[in-house]
Design a protein around this ligand. Structure first.
Ligand code: BGP
Length: 481
């Protein structure tokens, strides 16, 4: 038993991390356009105004907007069956709630999808990937305001109708579960942060602020469910999925208190959102979370029916690393605010401290599949690493090694009985890092000549992993050497 026939091999990007052309052809500003460059030690900053002389990586990114034909030709050369990308809401509705869509934005994605079709590549479209119309952030504080649901629906309806014959696979919100933590406030929920606030400023939230976040997330759930219902009406062949940041959690020790912490982290991290989007209802443990913030969820009359009706066709997720959970305050003290969490002595870490754990992927696939029993798709996975371009070549054996092990883990999960239908490697072409804003943190099969400060020719080069992945796809995952 191995990868099924027709398995959807491919790669993934996001508009704000690769397109650039941030204010070209009528595009409006989105929240991501207000995030400066950064590094691990000097986090990205969110500014209310675009400041002169400050570097904002999304503004040019890798200029995929003007080079998508060249890039898609390279994806086709590797044999991609699926290309995951996102549409930038503000290319279609520059202010988020405009009366009419921006024709040039519509034309751009149409031409991009036609280019995919030329090579028999199916697009997988994320409707909202870590960006929100900045005008609506200012006016409505993002998803906190329920009017966002209607604005999102109008945007979804426009693109569903426009691309109904070109796109079959859709995802509503990227990593929707990031909104469960304070980290997701602006990036995921479009809510305004203070001017000049650091992206990794996890300062203690008041219970009231946490409640507002959960309310905003509820609005996203409703928007997602309504989009699923509408999408299926527009084209019954549409396959519409959720997208969760896959969090594989282990107990730090076999102390039952740690085991409970890990379970809680799995539930909160994954199933709080998964249950709503797959089962169409809040999990039993949600109430306890609400109570801890003294928060009452505001729901409209038919909200629960909408959630029930608008469940997704498949569950997609990103997977990069596993983490450990502990109930011991001493252990937690050493971790502080690091997103990489408690160090696991059994696994190695990437240059950015992300623990490399292919078994965690198998663990996660099994856990999710046995909970939901709907098809799964890994829509992000990969290694952010420092690459060296020498004489037009990059010998990225470390990346091949990472991917090989994760693909082997998927194979094992399939043998375990998991219904896995696709895999899109994250950042198939080097692009801007979401967490740090760097170019130096590279994931791609294709190297892009650009550095952290924005210098470079933007020329593309095939890395060794490019040829390796081509062979993987050709052999449907049989030849991983
Ligand atoms: C996911 C995001 C992506 C992507 C990826 C890698 O959380 O959905 O947008 O960027 O992580 O993270 P980073 O770019 O920070 O290395």
């Amino acid at each position: 038993m191995s990868f099924p026939k027709g398995f959807l091999w491919g790669g993934a990007t996001a508009a704000n991390q690769c397109e650039g052309a941030w204010n070209v052809d009528g595009k409006g500003e989105s929240t991501s356009d207000h995030l400066t460059g950064g590094t691990v030690s000097s986090p990205r900053v969110f500014t209310h105004e675009i400041k002169e002389g400050v570097y904002y990586p999304s503004h040019e990114a890798i200029d995929h907007y003007h080079r998508y034909k060249e890039d898609i030709a390279l994806f086709a050369e590797m044999g991609f069956k699926l290309y995951r990308l996102s549409i930038n809401w503000t290319r279609i509705y520059p202010n988020g709630d405009d009366e009419l869509p921006n024709q040039k934005g519509l034309d751009f994605y149409k031409s991009l999808f036609e280019e995919c079709k030329k090579y028999d590549i199916e697009p997988l479209v994320t409707i909202s990937h870590y960006e929100f119309p900045f005008e609506l952030s200012k006016k409505w504080n993002g998803w906190e305001d329920r009017r966002s649901v209607d604005a999102f629906l109008k945007y979804s309806e426009t693109i569903f109708n426009e691309y109904k014959d070109l796109v079959k696979y859709w995802l509503t919100f990227n990593e929707i579960n990031i909104g469960v933590s304070s980290f997701g406030k602006t990036m995921s929920l479009g809510m305004m942060s203070d001017d000049n606030s650091s992206m990794f400023d996890f300062k203690e939230e008041t219970p009231e602020a946490a409640g507002k976040r959960l309310q905003a997330l509820h609005h996203q759930f409703i928007a997602s469910a309504k989009a699923v219902i509408l999408g299926h009406k527009i084209n019954p062949d549409f396959q519409i999925g959720c997208m969760i940041a896959g969090q594989a959690m282990y107990p730090n020790t076999c102390n039952p208190k740690d085991v409970l912490k890990a379970q809680e982290a799995m539930y909160m991290g994954n199933y709080y959102c998964g249950d709503v989007q797959v089962r169409g209802e809040y999990s039993p443990f949600a109430q306890r979370l609400f109570d801890s913030y003294n928060f009452t969820l505001e729901v409209e009359e038919d909200d629960y029916e909408i959630l029930k009706e608008g469940t997704v066709d498949f569950y997609s997720f990103s997977y990069y690393m596993s983490s450990c959970a502990s109930a011991d305050p001493e252990v937690l003290k050493n971790v502080g605010n690091m997103i990489t969490g408690i160090k696991n002595p059994y696994i190695e870490a990437s240059d950015w401290g992300w623990g490399i754990d292919p078994d965690g992927l198998r663990f996660y696939l099994n856990d999710v599949y046995n909970r939901y029993r709907i098809p799964l798709m890994v829509v992000e996975n990969g290694l952010g690493a420092i690459d060296e371009l020498i004489d037009g070549k990059v010998h990225d054996t470390y990346r091949i090694d990472y991917l090989r092990k994760h693909i082997e883990a998927m194979k094992e999960a399939i043998k375990d009985g998991v219904d896995l239908i696709g895999y899109t490697m994250w950042g198939c072409i080097d692009l801007v890092s979401a967490s740090t804003g760097e170019m130096k943190k590279r994931y791609g099969f294709i190297y892009v000549d650009k550095d952290n400060d924005g210098n470079g020719t933007l020329d593309r080069f095939k890395k060794d992993s490019f040829y390796w992945y081509k062979k993987v796809i050709e052999t449907n995952g049989e030849d991983l050497e």
